[in-house]
Design a binder for this molecule. Structure first.
Ligand code: NDP
Length: 450
């Protein structure tokens, strides 16, 4: 029996019904096999057994009162997964789908992603099964305050530094920071993604989406090509998707699509970024309203694609950027993309392609950039925010963007070089997993059995 099989079997017994978590662990362990086969030290130190068990899992009740005076209760989480390389670092997600499995898959991925950045940050993730959609500002504030009233005792600028994720942007970070400060009396860099008025870093908001495109540009350059003039299919219409689209336009690529949880927009002329920002960042509206301005665009509601996959992947394009959520690109979608001659897939979201879709791309030798490498620009810039907070400085947009570019180049070179070293040239999943793993494992060995 393989290491992967034994570990998944064990996890199914010890942590039942956590499908997304098993999926993430399986993907990592399968790509570590060339390393584990030849290097006994990891087995000797029980590195895998320790790595798949979070150092600490915090779960708690989040009670709050809605605008009608009704008491609501949500479930809050913080998974402190691995601190071998530094303080736990990873976002908070507020979405009704949040559960222990989603939290653990995201936390596990974060360990390797953070290691790949080369920066001193461990891996963690948190959130709540709270749905911010349709809630008033006051309700969001009361929820955030209640969430922080429990979380504050577990986090700190040198121990655990959460950031945003789906459903958690600058507004939520502001409310949580305010409550942390009120409870502790300390103004410190305990959260990242803060407003630039009071400790946030310039370019943090743009960093994940920009970083995804910088990474894709390196993938293209490796094939002696570039993104210039390429038709790009992007999913999502949130933080990652919007700034990926912005950078694609800057590089003269043509983003043709975006999507939200209700439907997909396809615009042959290229997505109108100013309108997209207006719809999502100002009005908080559905993408369907894009048609009011651009009658020549197409809108496909989610329910029109019940069995055939997701509309966004069924258009013709040279490159695909899944930037919405986990498992949003399935094997059916992958086959449609191949039929339309896609040359590159770069993940902006965490685990947006399911395993069958990834296998389809790898078999077809499509260049594939895994999220844990390609979207690491966000967390890397969060760490730059921590550095600025600790030294009481604030750097210019250009300074941060320049560092982000260097970090993305290093991540690409590290994943690409490691894949080559292990005889799998071009397999960036294997390269990213092995490179990230080796850094964390070495730190764990040096720190003893803890
Ligand atoms: P946002 O909440 O800003 O945006 C998410 C977008 O995806 C929204 O437009 C949402 O639609 C859409 N969406 C959600 N579920 C679905 C679905 N099932 N089908 C189609 N669209 C959907 O989140 P982010 O952009 O911050 O995060 C996106 C992904 O990137 C996540 O996987 C996150 O973990 C990952 N990530 C984010 C980082 C960051 O810095 N923000 C860093 C690294 C990774 P709607 O508008 O209708 O809600």
């Amino acid at each position: 029996m393989s290491y992967t099989h034994d570990t998944i079997y064990y996890l199914k017994q010890s942590s039942p019904a956590q499908c997304e978590f098993y999926q993430a662990v399986e993907e990592v362990l399968e790509s570590l096999e060339p390393l584990l086969e030849h290097d006994d030290q990891y087995r000797k130190h029980a590195i895998i057994e320790r790595m798949v068990e979070p150092e600490r899992q915090i779960m708690f009740r989040v009670p709050w009162v809605d605008d009608n005076g009704n008491v609501q209760v949500n479930k809050g989480y913080r998974i402190e997964f691995n601190s071998a390389l530094g303080p736990y670092k990873g976002g908070l997600r507020f979405h009704p789908s949040v559960n222990a499995s989603i939290m653990k898959f995201l936390g596990f991925e974060q360990i390797f992603k953070n290691a790949l950045t080369g920066l001193p940050i461990g891996g963690g993730k948190g959130g709540a099964n709270f749905d911010p959609k349709g809630r008033s500002d006051n309700e969001i504030m009361r929820f955030c305050q209640s969430y922080m009233t429990e979380l504050y005792r577990h986090i700190g600028a040198t121990t655990d530094v959460p950031a945003g994720d789906i459903g958690v942007g600058a507004r939520e970070i502001g409310y949580m920071f305010g409550q942390y400060k009120r409870l502790t009396g300390r103004f410190e860099g305990v959260l990242t993604g803060k407003s630039t008025l009071w400790g946030g870093s310039l370019a943090r908001k743009e960093a994940t989406g920009y970083g995804v495109v910088y990474f894709a540009e390196h993938m293209m350059a490796y094939q002696n090509d570039s993104l210039k003039g390429k038709k790009c299919l992007v999913s999502g219409a949130g933080n990652v998707a919007i700034y990926a689209i912005e950078k694609l336009i800057e590089l003269d690529a043509i983003p043709l699509t975006c999507s939200d949880s209700r439907g997909t927009i396809y615009h042959e002329q290229g997505i109108d970024l100013a309108l997209l920002k207006e719809i999502k960042q100002v009005r908080g509206d559905s993408l369907e309203t894009y048609l009011k301005t651009h009658k020549d665009a197409q809108y496909t509601p989610v329910n029109d694609y019940p069995e055939n996959g997701h509309a966004v992947w069924h258009y013709e394009g040279d490159a695909a950027f899944p930037c919405a959520t986990q498992n949003e690109l399935t094997q059916k979608d992958a086959k449609a993309l191949l039929k339309n001659n896609v040359k590159l897939v770069t993940e902006g979201a965490n685990m947006p392609c399911d395993q069958a879709a990834i296998d389809t791309f790898i078999d077809a030798k499509v260049a594939f950039g895994p999220g844990k490498a390609a979207n690491a620009g966000g967390v890397a810039t969060s760490q730059l925010e921590m550095s600025q907070n600790a030294s009481m400085q604030s750097w210019s947009f250009e300074q941060v963007d320049k560092r982000l570019k260097i970090i993305m180049e290093n991540i690409f070179n590290s994943a690409n070089g490691t894949a080559k070293e292990y005889g799998h040239e071009g397999n960036l999943i294997l390269g990213a997993n092995i490179a990230g793993f080796k850094r964390v494992a070495q730190a764990m060995i040096e720190q003893g059995v803890v």
